[in-house]
Design a protein around this ligand. Structure first.
Ligand SMILES: Cc1cc2nc3c(=O)[nH]c(=O)nc-3n(C[C@H](O)[C@H](O)[C@H](O)COP(=O)(O)OP(=O)(O)OC[C@H]3O[C@@H](n4cnc5c(N)ncnc54)[C@H](O)[C@@H]3O)c2cc1C
Length: 250
């Protein structure tokens, strides 16, 4: 294994569309037969080879913005992350040994970045100023393995972090790739099987957050479902409500 740490500046392709080599900012050219796209949601390699088709899950997982920041230590802290629903999304407080982390994932259809920041500051006194809000786009690519490129992790699928399943998905991608490592340069058969297996994994993971909690109370409900109101009590923040989508009774 040789580690090259310079940023990627150019993707060179063969006439048939496969990636031939990667040019780094330090001028180094890295050639290969199989490339893994681990560039996160930027999907730098997959985008270059035109593998852009996605399944959009935003109708079921409408949160598309996130802020998070370090917050004060929680005295007598619980051994778990506390997550609460809000009108526009959900917020969490994660206890650490010497501090905590607070964050807010929300839908830009129902609140603004400024209002989300005000909410976090009022819910968590002493929270530090968060960095810029991050965009999320729930969905997965239609093909994870295209030509001689395999998308792994956030380059392959994006879920809001409520499920906490992203690293598991990245691990599944790696494990499946090792099992199906191609016997020749085309990798046609292995690629088709990889796409089948990973599609099943991605869709199964996507179902879990949308089934367990969909806290955006005002979001449109996908057809075939209705919203059953439920009220929770919590010490932080008080008086919030959330809705859990259930199957239509008729
Ligand atoms: C607040 C929060 C909480 C989370 N909690 C959980 C959790 O509990 N469990 C869980 O499983 N997941 C969780 N996640 C999600 C998890 O962090 C991501 O799914 C994971 O980091 C994705 O890894 P990745 O390697 O695919 O992409 P990334 O971590 O986004 O890595 C992409 C890398 O590509 C590099 N890159 C981009 N462009 C270039 C370029 N031009 N040249 C060179 N390098 C480049 C970037 O620098 C970066 O290092 C959480 C995420 C957040 C934000």
């Amino acid at each position: 294994v040789r580690r090259a740490t310079a940023p990627l500046t150019e993707v060179l392709r063969l006439p048939t569309g496969e990636v031939e080599s990667l040019r780094l900012a330090n001028g180094e050219l890295i050639a290969g037969e199989l490339f893994l796209d681990c560039s996160g949601s930027d999907s730098l390699l997959m985008r270059q080879i035109g593998a852009v088709e996605r399944d959009d899950w935003s109708a079921w997982l409408p949160c598309d913005r996130m802020i998070s920041a370090r917050a004060p230590l929680i005295a007598d802290f619980p051994p778990f992350t506390r997550t609460v629903a809000t009108d526009a999304g959900w917020a969490w407080r994660l206890p650490l040994a010497r501090a905590s982390v607070a964050g807010y994932v929300y839908s830009s259809a129902f609140t603004t970045d400024e209002a989300a920041l005000r909410y976090l500051q009022s819910a968590v006194p002493g929270v530090e100023a968060p960095g810029r809000a991050v965009s999320l786009s729930a969905g997965r690519r239609r093909r994870f393995w295209e030509k001689n490129c395999v998308a792994l992790g956030a380059s392959a699928m994006q879920l809001e972090p409520l499920a906490g399943a992203d690293l598991h998905f990245a691990q599944l991608g790696l494990g499946t790739l090792i099992e199906l490592f191609p016997l020749d340069v085309t990798g046609a058969i292995e690629g088709a099987e990889y796409n089948r297996v990973m599609t099943d994994h991605a869709d199964a993971l996507a179902i879990s957050p949308s089934r367990t909690i969909a806290p955006v109370a005002r979001a449109p409900v996908p057809s075939g479902r209705r919203r059953a109101p439920c009220r929770h009590r919590s010490a932080w923040p008080t008086g919030w409500t959330c809705s859990r989508p259930t199957r239509a009774s008729t």
